[in-house]
Design a protein around this ligand. Structure first.
Ligand code: NAD
Length: 491
């Protein structure tokens, strides 16, 4: 099997690295591809950085209205290839076909939003700040930008950054996750059909070595990272120490409060979708469910029913709602955490371990799992599980529950289910999280909003998507000009 190529300077080129790791279908263990992985990927990154630096000269001077024309074409191509892209995502990442197509749709929305860049990066002008003096602020591209992406949304996350970066006049290098490089390989086949100047967008493979090379390259001016918290912290520290602007989105552990006045049936359905969507491999997945006030009897039964109703299997098969987790190692880690929760005193209400999916016996499947009465100081409460596991906790008062939310190491998302406007308002105001849901689970924010995240879920200042992305991918220049009146008489 041939090792995957990089896309550099407008062409598909073989990697300098001979060593590779397998890209594996998590439902079957079939090897789908081999991706370059090792220290020689540094040479690939250097070639890509060189191409991106050269491309910058022409690209940054092209009128922005002309630059975004390629995004209109890209939107069309992505829509035309939606099913094909969806199938690739399901094959390499495991999620259901519907989930795969939905994430491409969210990517397309970012391409559409970035088409507004001519307006979003428009200058600000103040005439006559003093007699004969004008001042204005223009936005210019920052230079070569790079994105390092995680495995769980291979078709969406690069689009939180790529369309904005290039629309603003930057050149771009994408390093997809080595676990799921095939989706972006297809997207770059589509990008190849645009009339972009060579080197404006590039794709390089690899793992830590290629990432470190991007972090250390003096020509790379901005890094957008999404992945686990330890790596996000590392990327932020190394990137900023090298003088780059860095936005690094990390992991999560998301709490959901259920008040006794909530509509329990609706709440249970929404929570189950939030916990088990993408097999729990979402940074916005609900994880710790806190029933406040009553003992949680009604919601417990409704959650159990909703969890049991999820159909688990190979994502391309008809009617499948939940696919496998990404690797066998990930499956073992999640099963160990479930066992740890039981050791810590939890009651296993629903056990998704030892899932046997007929025809897919080798797959990394875990069915929906529910633990109740989980120890508040236990590992399972604090650790990001990134699998289809729900922990049920009971608390007496909303103040106690909000205090629990605000002691979270992470701060990606917090939800409240209630019919009380006052509770909703108190929660919205005081919960320490960057994304809040009231009577709804939180999906990735629409493209016009920043993908917020607090505490250890985010390192940096400006987030991905929308106006934040425009600010991140531009540097401001303030110009003051004086044109004395008396000169008009002179010349
Ligand atoms: P990961 O941190 O293992 O990998 C992410 C990227 O970093 C990959 O491209 C990988 O090759 C690279 N990488 C891994 N280790 C590295 C190292 N030591 N040095 C340099 N680069 C390294 O994350 P993952 O397992 O692919 O993704 C899952 C994680 O991403 C979860 O924690 C999830 O919560 C998080 N996530 C966060 C958001 C968000 O918006 N906050 C969105 C999606 C996923």
């Amino acid at each position: 099997m041939e090792i995957l190529k990089n896309y550099i300077n407008g062409s598909w080129v073989g990697s300098k690295e001979q060593h590779s790791v397998d890209v594996v279908n998590p439902a079957t263990q079939e090897v789908l591809a081999k991706v370059p992985y090792g220290s020689n990927t540094v040479a690939d990154v250097e070639t890509a950085v060189g191409a991106a630096s050269t491309a910058l000269i022409e690209w940054r001077n092209m009128p922005v209205m002309k630059r975004v024309q390629s995004l209109y074409k890209l939107k069309q191509l992505l829509e035309d290839h939606l099913d094909e892209l969806g199938r690739i995502i399901t094959l390499e990442c495991g999620k259901s076909f519907a989930e795969s197509k939905a994430e491409i749709q969210r990517g397309i929305e970012n391409v559409e939003t970035a088409c507004a860049t001519p307006l979003l990066m428009q200058s600000e002008f103040s005439e006559n700040i003093a007699s004969g003096i004008d001042e204005f602020m223009i936005r210019q591209p920052v230079g070569v930008c790079a994105c390092i992406a995680p495995f769980n949304f291979p078709g969406m996350i690069p689009f939180w950054f790529l369309p904005y970066a290039i629309a603003c006049g930057n050149s771009f290098i994408l390093k997809p996750s080595e676990k799921v490089p095939l989706t972006m390989m297809k997207v770059f086949e589509l990008i190849d059909q645009l009339d972009l100047p060579k080197g404006v967008v590039n794709l390089v493979h690899g793992g830590k070595e290629s990432v470190d090379s991007l972090l250390d390259s003096p020509q790379v001016k901005a890094i957008s990272f999404v992945g686990s918290t330890p790596v996000a912290r590392y990327i932020y520290q190394r990137g900023t120490a090298n003088g780059k602007r860095v936005q690094a989105q990390g992991g999560a552990k998301n709490p959901v409060l259920v008040m006794p006045d909530a509509d329990m049936e609706m709440t249970a359905r929404i929570i189950a979708d939030s916990v088990y969507g993408c097999a729990g491999q979402r940074c916005l997945a609900a994880s710790n469910i806190i029933t406040v006030g009553d003992k949680g009897g009604i919601i417990k039964d409704a959650l159990l029913e909703a969890a049991k109703s999820k159909t688990t299997g190979f994502g391309l098969d008809e009617g499948i709602e939940m696919g496998p987790v990404i690797t066998s190692e990930s499956k073992r880690r999640i099963e160990k955490l479930i066992a740890k929760g039981i050791d810590e005193g939890a009651n296993l209400l629903l056990d998704g371990r030892n899932a046997n999916i007929s025809g897919y016996e080798q797959g990394n499947f875990i069915k929906p799992t529910i633990l109740e009465n989980v120890a508040l100081d236990g590992e399972i409460i604090k650790t990001e599980i990134f699998g289809p596991v729900m922990s049920l906790i009971h608390m007496t008062k909303i103040e106690e529950a909000i205090d629990f939310v605000n002691r979270n190491q992470f701060g990606n998302m917090a939800c409240l289910f209630t019919s009380s406007g006052l509770n909703a308002r108190t929660f919205r105001n005081s919960a320490n999280a960057g994304n809040i849901g009231i009577n709804i689970g939180v999906a990735a924010p629409m493209a016009q909003f920043p993908f917020s995240g607090w505490n250890d879920s985010f390192f940096g200042d400006l987030h991905g998507q929308g106006r934040h992305a425009i600010e991140f991918f531009t540097q401001t220049k303030v110009v003051i000009e004086r044109w004395p009146k008396e000169w008009s008489r002179k010349f």
